[in-house]
Design a protein around this ligand. Structure first.
Ligand code: ATP
Length: 575
């Protein structure tokens, strides 16, 4: 089904998530907290299905993988060794006008004319000038002349020139007094505005005035730079909406800080982990010794990570608290490149198995010069979200950088002795690192569909349906009695539901018309619903007794199935 790529689609998804209890704004009743989200009853099931399936595929179904669950707060030395304390920062730029902060590499490129200003003066200062009407003074003093004035005497001279230029005269003392009054009111501060090609030039004046007003200049008259109009191409130096100038990039550390223990001292300072990976490097020796694994083998972990992102945005896509599903797959140096491609294939298969087909994942190989300096090969797996192609997962061949750093800082032997070759070396590692929340969001975006249905009378309406893969669906099966006021139907339906509950998440619903109940489950993404009717309880003869109507979410087709077959039938489709 064609899916239009517009913000409206995203807005609909966000509103469905709230309406149906997938995702809520965290601390909503207090106005929320930017970058934090709560998963509601359906959201938590979706995320749990995702994490369980990831664990099943990557840990339980493999004998070369071990799981672990590390603590969120670790010794600060870990982050010193990993380089996070020093370098886990993003270059940020601030908008001089709105004070908003952006990641420098995420600012939209713009082409147009840059209008350069060097300052402003409150209009009232000019209104007070002698001899000439204010507009004449403004024409004379601005745009450029005032910029070169560096003291009162020069300003007084400039005023003279203005008067002479109009063939008038004025007493020198009057002009000097005027200059003395005006001079301190000149606000000198360089500021420029980019007016994109095709946008009216007046925008520059409006934005300029807003900027100097924000610096306390009332009703500002703008002073232009000598070279006031400069054409630029693909510049990232200006705010995409207003065109206001951005600051030069500055770095900003993304780790949240706290204190372990009652004293808020430098020694007690700790960080909330910004990734789960480090615990797997730090526990490499313990896991190797306790499991007796041989290379290649991996450690897998799912857990929370925290980053004080400057611009949390795109719903849960960029949050400040999120979950990661990470693997560190250790190997011999000569196997690193091959295993990176191996993991790429494994991970694509995984996405396919949860309902995000291969064709929907864009593989971006990070070119030389853009990778982390220790990484030899990196793939970003990107999904086409309604807000654009964005990273779901990174797969990086990180050489032996991490273990070597921990050996260097801890002095502990995190190397490996190969029994077969009698070699001792520091293993290399391939790291597939996926975001749980981003994948959950991709699942919702991929599943979201609006289908126009036309009934026999020609009346059409729109059915909202989440076409989750049954594996991921929060509710696997809805169970309904046809009518809620028939105790036999209710009792039979409750029994069907309770017999399934031990095996899967079931939703029992007896309220409202049956069609409405189906639609509610369509919106929740429930792949199957069963209805207990009069046939089930044998009221229409023995033939269909013990069978229920099974309704398919995607096709809306209905079929009859024996209650005794139901469990196996469902299990075969949701596992
Ligand atoms: P980005 O470039 O989008 O900030 P990243 O390359 O810094 O991401 P990694 O450090 O490679 O991300 O983290 C691995 C994965 O963790 C990402 O692919 C993503 O799925 C998830 N992730 C990272 N930051 C966030 C965040 N702020 N919110 C949600 N998920 C995140």
């Amino acid at each position: 089904m064609a899916k239009e790529v517009t913000p409206t689609r995203m807005e609909k998804i966000v509103s469905l998530c709230k309406r149906r209890g997938f995702i809520f704004q965290a601390s909503e009743i207090y106005g929320g907290l930017n970058g934090f989200w709560d998963y509601g009853p359906l959201g938590v099931e979706l995320k749990k299905n995702l994490k369980d399936f990831w664990w099943q595929r990557n840990v339980r179904e493999r004998d070369d993988m071990e799981g672990m669950d590390g603590s969120i707060i670790m010794n600060r030395a870990v982050w010193k060794a990993s380089g996070h304390e020093e370098t886990f920062s993003d270059p940020m730029v601030d908008c001089l006008l709105s004070k908003e902060r952006f990641r420098a590499d995420q600012v939209e490129e713009q082409t147009g004319i840059v209008h350069r200003l060097i300052g402003a003066i409150p209009r009232i200062a000019i209104v007070d000038l002698p001899q000439l009407p204010p507009e004449a003074w403004i024409r004379w003093l601005f745009p450029t002349a005032l910029g070169s004035v560096s003291n009162v005497a020069e300003l007084s001279e400039l005023l003279h020139a203005g008067i002479r230029n109009q063939n008038q005269t004025c007493d020198e003392e009057v002009l000097l007094a005027a200059a003395e009054k005006i001079f301190p009111q000149i606000e000198r501060y360089d500021f420029s505005v980019l007016v994109p090609t095709g946008t009216p030039e007046d925008k520059a004046r409006k934005v300029g005035m807003a900027f100097y007003e924000s610096r306390g200049v009332k009703n500002p008259v703008l002073i232009e730079h000598e070279v006031s109009h400069l054409p630029v191409e693909n510049s990232r130096g200006y705010h995409a909406e207003t065109g206001a100038q951005l600051t030069e990039p500055r770095t900003f550390n993304l780790m949240f800080k706290s204190f372990a223990g009652p004293i808020e001292s430098e020694e007690n300072m700790v960080y909330l982990r910004p990734e789960t990976a480090q615990a797997m490097f730090v526990q490499f020796r313990n896991i190797l010794d306790t499991t007796r694994q041989k290379l290649p083998f991996g450690i897998a972990q799912i857990g929370k990570a925290f980053r004080n992102e400057i611009n949390p945005r795109n719903f849960t896509f960029r949050s400040r608290e999120f979950e990661q599903m990470e693997i560190e797959y250790f190997c011999r140096p000569e196997d690193g490149l091959r295993l990176t491609d191996y993991w790429l294939e494994q991970r694509l298969r995984f996405y396919d198995d949860i309902g995000i087909p291969r064709g929907k994942i864009h593989i971006h190989e990070i070119p030389d010069g853009e990778r982390a300096f220790y990484a030899v090969k990196t793939y970003d797996l990107e999904y086409d979200f309604p807000f654009g192609l964005s990273e779901l997962e990174g797969i990086a061949y990180r050489t032996n950088y991490d273990l070597s750093k921990h050996i260097e800082h801890s002095g502990k032997p995190l190397d490996y002795f190969d029994e077969a070759t009698k070699e001792r070396f520091v293993p290399h590692v391939v790291e597939p690192s996926a975001g749980t929340d981003r994948t959950a969001l991709a699942l919702i975006c991929e599943a979201f569909d609006e289908e126009t249905l036309t009934d026999e009378a020609g009346k059409s309406d729109v059915r909202t349906v989440l076409r989750f893969h049954p594996r991921m669906a929060p509710i696997k099966c809805g169970v309904f009695p046809l009518l809620k006021n028939k105790p036999d139907l209710v009792a039979a339906a409750r029994e069907v539901a309770s017999n399934l509950r031990a095996f899967m998440n079931i939703f029992y619903d007896e309220s409202g018309a049956i069609g409405r109940r189906y639609r509610r489950q369509d919106e929740a993404g429930t792949p199957f619903c069963v209805t207990v009717d009069f046939d089930t309880i044998g009221e229409n003869g023995p033939e269909k007794q013990g069978t229920v109507t099974l309704r398919h979410r995607d096709s809306m087709q209905q079929e009859r199935i024996a209650i005794s077959d139901l469990r196996e039938w469902l299990l075969a489709r949701i596992r």
